[in-house]
Design a protein around this ligand. Structure first.
Ligand code: UDX
Ligand code: UDX
Length: 449
C-alpha cells in the first residue's frame, strides 16, 4: 500500500516515518521546498528523540521519500494523510482551516483512481463532512472516501506514542475505507492496541475533548497547588494521594507554570469556539483556559514580588525555555509570557535551554542573553528560575551553583528538587504547592517533598 502524507511538521513527519517503518511506501510532501531539500539530505527540521535515525533507516530502505511534487505523490498513493497545521486564527480563537483546504484544492485534480483521504490534522467537528463535500465538488464521489484519524502524539515521545498508542481512533462512513485503515494499523492490532470505530463527528470530538480534558486536569492540579501553598499542604503528597485512585490516575498531575505547546492551548480555545457555535456552555474548560493564561502572568509576579516590585538591574538565570523537555518547540511556552514581563520590568535575563536556543532566538531576539550551559546562565544571578524540567537541570552541582550565584535563591516552577536538598544546600527555595518553611529537618512531621 502506498501512502502520501501532506505536511511534514511534527505530526506528518513522525506519522509518515512510522508508517514507512511498518513497511509501507511513504512519500512525505510539503510546500516548503527548503524543508524537503533538507530532509532529502537527512537534515530533520525538528528535534524529536529517535526521529533522525528512523528517517535515515527508512530512506535507506527506500520505504520513505520526500517531495514537493504533490500531484505525482497523490496519483501514486492509495491513502493520503492531511497533516498540515491548523493554528489558531489570527482574528479569533477558531482553528484556521485554510491550510487544510489549500491542500485539498491541490490534491483534488489528482484523484483519478480510488483514494482514502485521511484527516490527521486536528480539525473542528464538522470538518470531515466539509472535506467530503469539497472533494465531491471536484471529483467523482466513487473515487474517494474521507476518514478522520486524529493523532495523540506527545512531542518528545512521539515515536513511542505512534508505535504503542493507548488507542487508534477511526471516524469513517465507508466500510471500504475502514478496511483500508485496518490494514494500515495492522501492526498495532498485533500488539492488541484498542481501536474505536466511529463517525466523523465523534472522532473529531474525541480528539478535542481528550486534549481539553488533559488541559483541564493540569489547571485543576495547579489550582490545588495554589491551595496547598496557602494552607501548608504539600502538592507532591496530594497528587500522589489522589492519583493512586484508579478513577483519577497519576498522570498529568504535575504542577507547572501553566501548560503550553502546539496543542493544548490551541485545541482548548478551538473547542470553546465550537461550543459557542452550538450554543453549548463548556464552563469547566473555559475556566481552565483562563486560569492557565492568568497563571503564566502570576508566575512572573512571584519573581517580581521577591524583589519587592523592583527588578531593575536584577540578574535572572533562566533554566529551560521550551514548553516541555525533549523538544525544541517554543509554541505557547510559559517562558514566552514570563520572560518578557521580567525583561520589561528591568531584569537582565541570562538563559539556557538544551535544545531550544535557536527557536528561542526567533522570539526573544536580543532581549535576553543566550548561555552555553546552565552554570553560565546562573553566574552572577540574583535568582535562578527553572521553567522546564530538562534532565540536565535535575542533577546540578548545588555547591557550585551556590558559589556562582550572587545570592542563593531558586524559583523552581517544575518542582525538580526536594525541599530537603535545597534546604541542606543553603538555598532560599520557592517551588509550587510546597512551603519551604515547612521543611524542618529535626521535626517529627518532616515533609517528604
Ligand atoms: C499538527 C497538526 O496538523 C495539527 O492540526 C495538530 O493540532 C498539531 O499537529 P504540526 O505538525 O505541529 O501540526 O504543524 P506544523 O509543524 O505547522 O507543520 C505543518 C507542515 O505542513 C509544515 O511543514 C508546512 O510547510 C506544511 N504545509 C502547510 C503544506 O505542506 N501545505 C500547506 O498547504 C500548508
Ligand atoms: C499533547 C497531548 O499529550 C497529545 O496527546 C496531543 O496529541 C498533543 O498535545 P504535547 O503538547 O506534546 O502533547 O505535550 P504534553 O506532554 O501533553 O504536555 C503539554 C503541556 O502540559 C506542557 O507544557 C507540559 O509541561 C504541561 N503539563 C503536562 C503540565 O503542566 N503538567 C502535567 O502534569 C503534564
Amino acid at each position: 500500500m502506498k501512502i502520501c502524507v501532506i505536511g511534514t511538521g511534527y505530526v506528518g513527519l513522525v506519522s509518515g516515518t512510522c508508517f514507512a517503518e511498518f513497511g509501507f511506501q511513504v512519500t512525505c510532501v510539503d510546500v516548503n521546498a527548503q524543508k524537503i531539500e533538507n530532509l532529502n539530505k537527512g537534515i530533520i527540521p525538528i528535534y524529536e528523540p529517535g526521529l533522525d535515525d528512523l528517517v535515515l533507516k527508512n530512506v535507506t530502505s527506500k520505504n520513505l521519500s520526500f517531495s514537493t511534487n504533490l500531484g505525482q505523490s497523490v496519483q501514486h498513493a492509495d491513502v493520503i494523510f492531511i497533516a498540515v497545521g491548523t493554528p489558531t486564527s489570527a482574528d479569533s480563537g477558531k482553528a484556521d482551516l485554510s491550510y487544510v483546504f489549500k491542500a485539498l484544492e491541490d490534491l483534488a485534480p489528482h484523484v483519478t483512481t480510488y483514494k482514502v483521504v485521511v484527516v490527521k490534522s486536528t480539525v473542528p467537528v464538522g470538518t470531515c463532512r466539509k472535506v467530503s463535500d469539497f472533494l465531491a465538488q471536484h471529483c467523482s464521489t466513487e473515487l474517494f472516501d474521507v476518514v478522520s484519524n486524529p493523532e495523540f502524539l506527545r512531542e518528545g515521545a512521539a515515536i513511542e506514542d505512534f508505535m504503542r498508542p493507548n488507542r487508534v481512533v477511526i471516524g469513517s462512513q465507508s466500510e471500504r475505507a475502514t478496511a483500508l485503515m485496518k490494514q494500515l494499523y495492522r501492526p498495532l492490532y498485533l500488539f492488541e492496541t484498542p481501536a474505536v470505530y466511529t463517525s466523523w463527528e465523534s472522532a473529531e470530538v474525541i480528539k478535542y475533548s481528550a486534549n481539553a480534558f488533559l488541559a483541564t486536569k493540569i489547571s485543576f492540579i495547579n489550582q490545588i497547588s495554589d491551595l496547598c501553598e496557602a494552607c501548608g499542604a504539600n502538592i507532591q503528597d496530594v497528587a500522589k494521594g489522589i492519583g493512586l485512585d484508579h478513577r483519577i490516575g497519576s498522570k498529568f498531575l504535575h504542577p507547572s507554570p501553566g501548560y503550553g505547546g502546539s496543542c493544548f492551548p490551541k485545541d482548548a480555545r478551538a473547542l470553546l469556539e465550537t461550543a459557542k457555535e452550538y450554543a453549548v456552555a463548556l464552563s469547566l474548560i473555559e475556566a481552565g483556559v483562563s486560569y492557565n493564561d492568568a497563571r503564566k502572568h502570576k508566575m512572573a509576579e512571584r519573581v517580581t514580588a521577591h524583589f519587592k516590585g523592583n527588578l531593575n538591574g536584577k540578574v535572572i538565570g533562566v533554566l529551560g525555555l521550551t514548553f516541555k523537555p525533549n523538544t525544541d518547540d517554543m509554541r505557547e511556552s510559559p517562558s514566552l509570557s514570563i520572560i518578557p514581563e521580567l525583561v520589561k520590568a528591568g531584569a537582565i535575563v541570562q538563559a539556557y535551554d538544551p535544545k531550544g536556543m535557536d527557536e528561542a532566538h526567533h522570539f526573544f531576539r536580543d532581549s535576553i542573553t543566550y548561555c552555553q550551559d546552565a552554570y553560565q546562565a546562573i553566574t552572577g544571578s540574583d535568582v535562578t528560575l527553572i521553567l522546564t524540567e530538562w534532565n540536565a537541570f535535575r542533577g546540578l552541582d548545588l555547591k557550585r551553583m551556590k558559589s556562582l550565584m550572587k545570592s542563593p535563591c531558586v524559583f523552581d516552577f517544575r518542582n525538580i528538587y526536594t525541599l530537603k536538598e535545597m534546604n541542606d544546600a543553603g538555598f532560599e527555595y520557592h517551588s509550587l504547592g510546597r512551603r519551604s518553611s515547612d521543611y524542618a529537618p529535626s521535626s517529627k512531621n518532616q515533609k517528604t517533598g
